[in-house]
Write a protein of this length. Structure first.
Ligand code: FRU
Length: 481
């Protein structure tokens, strides 16, 4: 039946039908989290982009809404953001109404085919009924293309110290910042990116925001990159630094990745959530997003994640954790203390039953090799673990089920462990066809999708050396549909 198909995520947003990619226009307003997304309403592969929409009161239960923004003569609707125009700077509000304003790329397919270099331009639209219907501004486009084939994905925020809007825009393999008093007239301020971070592919879907670090304000620039991600294809890097209303600066030397798994792309944060920063990404990778073995719909979003800054050694990181609201769907939590794993333990030994979707949290005071295996009755397995040699976490989907739709899909992926010291904690969010690993309070994160021929129904914990799990928590998660 609907929303129960094989592989249909039960605790993640996916569209009832057809194709989605990037999350767009994420804005919180009047108690509702809006999630727009790149949507092809005609088929389950990428095509003419519209903004689809879903809404949620709690970031967990989603209701798909009618299409929000349609293509027009300026082009299809590519990625972008949305803001609450509280001071009615653009003048779209009537009689004290607060408009929502969406800022997005229009992609002119005709211009692209004709070989022109200016087919991506930035446009705006507004809504006076909390996102239900949108009206495009008659003066579109508001940011014209200077002659770059890749010029897109505007992410806009209000910069309070100078009372102006700031747009981060991807321009080939750079981020260009613009400012505006009214969302209509934009001035180019600066560029960031040459010789900084990873450049294995184009820079896309940026996000600029401030986070509090023990009363120091730091700025974070998130930059999505495709290809060139840490485990191939699409990936998300970030820079921690400063922003003065004009220029973003960062003394960061190494490339930092928000997620090391292959399946978290184009993620950005919700606007209008105050100090809380909530991130969500598209749970796929451009290498195989069009080939994954689902039919009625294709692709889903990650679990929303709370972002924070964390000091670790002499360094500072952007860490992710599932939002606290995930606890709304927790049921039957089983906690076991001082669990000894020697060789192999079926989790039902401690929990009685194991159901999917579920969440598992482990903490220990020893750093030793171990793994967690999801298994089914077809002999397939998905393995998540840690290796002391190399000091790395891994997720292995080589025997996870259907992998032959793309040659690189069958792989074991690694992520460095950054935490120092002898305490380790890991948290897993496991759905029917995905796993999200948050290790060491979110210092190392990995997101992976998989497609078993039979649903996974067992979980084993394995370790060659005896290992003591100080606290083991298992919780099944109720379907959101
Ligand atoms: C990223 C992206 C964006 C673009 C959109 C098109 O996944 O390529 O740069 O706006 O997808 O659907």
């Amino acid at each position: 039946s609907q929303m129960k198909e094989q592989y249909r995520p039960q605790i993640h947003f996916s569209p009832m039908q057809h194709w989605i990619n990037d999350p767009n226009g994420m804005v919180y307003y009047n108690g509702i989290y809006h999630l727009f997304f790149q949507y092809n309403p005609y088929s389950s592969v990428w095509g003419p982009m519209h903004w689809g929409q879903a809404t949620s009161k709690d970031l967990i239960h989603w209701k798909q809404q009618p299409i929000a923004i349609y293509p027009d003569s300026l082009g299809t609707i590519f990625s972008g953001s949305a803001v609450v125009d509280k001071n009615n700077t653009a003048g779209f509000g009537k009689k004290g109404q607060q408009p929502l304003v969406a800022i997005f790329t229009q992609h002119d397919t005709v211009g692209e085919k004709a070989g022109r270099n200016n087919f991506q331009n930035q446009s705006i639209a507004y809504s006076l009924n909390e996102g239900k219907t949108w009206t495009k501004y008659t003066g579109n486009p508001v940011v014209k293309n200077p002659g770059l084939r890749d010029f897109r994905d505007p992410k806009v925020m209000w910069y309070q110290p100078q009372k102006k809007w700031i747009m981060a825009l991807s321009a080939k393999d750079n981020i260009t910042f613009y400012s505006s008093p009214d969302l209509k007239n934009w001035t180019r301020e600066s560029d960031f990116g040459q010789a900084r971070g990873a450049h294995g592919g184009g820079w896309e879907c940026p996000d600029l925001f401030m986070l509090d670090d023990n009363n120091t304000q730091r700025w974070v620039l998130v930059v999505n990159l495709n290809p060139g991600g840490p485990n191939g294809g699409s990936g998300t890097q970030y820079f921690i630094g400063n922003f003065d209303g004009k220029t973003f600066t960062s003394s960061q030397k190494e490339t930092k990745w928000l997620d090391y798994g292959p399946d978290n792309y184009a993620g950005v944060t919700w606007s209008n959530t105050g100090k809380r920063k909530i991130f969500l990404g598209w749970m796929s990778n451009w290498i195989y997003a069009n080939q994954v073995p689902t039919t009625i719909w294709r692709n889903a979003m990650t679990i929303p994640r709370a972002l924070k800054l964390k000091h670790n050694g002499d360094d500072i990181f952007l860490v992710s954790q599932p939002v606290a609201e995930l606890s709304l769907i927790k049921s039957n939590t089983v906690v076991a203390n001082s669990v000894i794993i020697s060789k192999k333990m079926d989790l039902t030994k401690k929990t009685g039953v194991v159901k999917f979707p579920c969440s598992i949290n482990l903490s220990m005071d020893q750093i030793k090799d171990f793994s967690i295996k999801l298994l089914n009755n077809a002999g397939e397995e998905l393995v998540i673990g840690y290796e002391k040699k190399g000091n790395q976490y891994f997720i292995d989907r080589t025997k996870s089920g259907k992998t032959d739709f793309e040659k690189g899909f069958s792989a074991r992926h690694f992520a460095p462990r950054f935490a120092v010291g002898s305490k380790m904690n890991i948290s897993l969010v496991i759905d029917v066809s995905s796993v999200e690993l948050f290790a060491d309070d979110g210092l190392t994160v990995m997101t992976e999708i998989f497609f078993p021929n039979k649903p996974y129904n067992k979980i084993y914990l394995l370790s060659d050396e005896n290992i003591v799990i100080k606290k083991l928590e298992y919780t099944s998660l109720k379907s959101i549909w």
